[in-house]
Design a protein around this ligand. Structure first.
Ligand SMILES: *Cc1c(COP(=O)(O)O)cnc(C)c1O
Length: 430
């Protein structure tokens, strides 16, 4: 044995949370396709319903296949617990739900997935919540945006779509000074490239739809809890610190300590919001995660090759990939994402909106889809699709201006990707 006996990241990818099935010895995690679980007796049932014993009641709350995925994601992110849910967007609501009340706000980065900008600027208002969008490179502005009703700070590690890397160390300091939790969407990076909890994040959310499953088959999300936040340090988080009427006055933080957020997410969040991940989706995601490191290495290698090639092309105005020395965020890669700047970037074409449309329509190997993080290379013209609901100012702030195409580099042969981009650029500039 070596001195360090804690399993390495690649071992956790394959083994964390899983064990041979106790009943059959099945080596791969089975799909427990069941809605309910037989109680040993009435006393057992009562203990489960009172949260005095941990076990399975009903698959809206917990399921053994989903539980393996939760344990694996917590291990990969270095958290104490995790709650899986039905999509990345569900994960964002599940992360905010225990923190917010009507009248409360979240301070969020302007550089976010387009759907998140819409969710935060419009939909959450129906709950009486609001978001304040700030340039997260300006830490003074982030601090200034925080008020008495702020309950969380929200950003992405590698921001979709722009090849932007958030200085998580600087932002977590602002959050910490204000006594607020920092929520980091780590979808574009995955824990292979970036581990936000090591940079001070309180909660990490993912769309598992993307790189974690990795092959475009599943919609899923997860919230990972660092276990590091003191929910009782102020009276701002009564859902976690004050007596919960639905469980006979139980106080989650007092009772479950660092697992308070995770237990609340299952016992209140999934129970009442019902944004549950199904066991089949969990199974596909577990299989995808087994090869995460291998895939991410190739995504990064291909992205570096293709982005460098594109940057030199005469039809190209610019490429925003933090892995290129020309990027203003290049010097953040080593500190924040030591294994690489990811597989996602945007390319701006000199020909503007029309050239972008022609370019996207001329690609053959790349698929024009509203997705990212697939083994296949994908492309989308954000301004006419994912970022369509945004104003032109919001589009530009989010890195999705009208002359910009987002590219999600797959794990094919880089030479074939370059050949396809080359022929499409030729067509687009004619
Ligand atoms: C896709 C995505 C989401 C939303 O996830 P869904 O699984 O589609 O709900 C959130 N954040 C980022 C960065 C994403 O790429």
């Amino acid at each position: 044995m070596t001195e360090d006996s804690t399993p390495g990241f690649d071992t956790l990818l394959i083994h964390a949370g899983a064990r041979p099935d106790p009943a059959t010895g099945a080596r791969q995690t089975p799909i427990y396709q069941t809605t309910a679980y037989v109680f040993r007796d009435a006393e057992h049932a009562a203990a489960l319903f009172n949260l005095q014993e941990v076990g399975y009641i009903y698959s809206r709350l917990t399921n053994p296949t989903v539980a393996v995925l939760q344990e694996r994601m917590a291990a990969l992110e270095g958290g104490v617990g995790a709650v899986c849910c039905s999509s990345g967007h569900a994960a964002q609501i599940m992360a905010l739900f225990p923190l917010m009340q009507p009248g409360c706000n979240v301070v969020a980065s302007t550089r976010l997935y387009g759907g998140t900008v819409t969710q935060f600027s419009q939909t959450i208002k129906r709950f009486g919540w609001s978001a304040k969008f700030v340039d997260f490179d300006d830490t003074d502005a982030v601090a200034a945006a925080i008020d008495d009703n702020t309950r969380a700070i929200f950003c992405e590690s590698i921001a979709n779509p722009g090849g932007y890397i958030t200085d998580l160390d600087a932002i977590s300091k602002v959050a910490n000074d204000a006594g607020l939790p920092l929520i980091v969407d780590n979808t574009s990076a995955t824990p292979y490239l970036c581990r936000p909890i090591e940079h001070g994040a309180t909660l990490v959310v993912h769309s598992m739809t993307k790189y974690l499953t990795g092959n475009g088959t599943v919609t899923g999300g997860v919230v990972v809890d660092s276990g590091n936040f003191d929910w009782s340090a102020s009276d701002k988080f009564p859902s976690l610190s004050a007596p919960e009427p639905a469980y006979h006055g139980l106080k989650f933080h007092e009772t479950f300590g660092p697992l308070a957020f995770t237990f609340h997410g299952i016992a209140i969040g999934l129970r009442d919001l019902g944004m549950t991940l199904n066991p089949q989706a969990a199974h596909y995601t577990l299989m995808g995660i087994e090869t995460l490191s291998l895939r991410m290495q190739r995504h990064v290698e291909n992205a570096n090759t293709v982005a460098s090639w594109l940057e030199q092309h005469p039809a190209v105005e610019g490429v925003t990939y933090a892995g290129l020395p020309s990027s203003p965020y290049y010097d953040r890669v080593e500190r924040i994402c030591p294994n690489g700047a990811g597989g996602l970037f945007t390319v701006a074409l000199k020909g503007g909106y029309d050239a972008c449309v022609k370019f996207v329509d001329s690609l053959e190997l790349f698929s024009h889809v509203a997705n990212l993080g697939d083994t296949r290379s994908l492309v989308i013209h954000s301004a006419s699709t994912t970022h369509r609901q945004l104003t032109p100012e919001q589009q530009t702030a989010a890195g999705a201006a009208p002359n910009v195409v987002r590219i999600s580099i797959g794990i094919e042969d880089a030479k074939d990707l370059i050949a396809d981009l080359g022929q499409a650029l030729d067509k687009a500039s004619n």
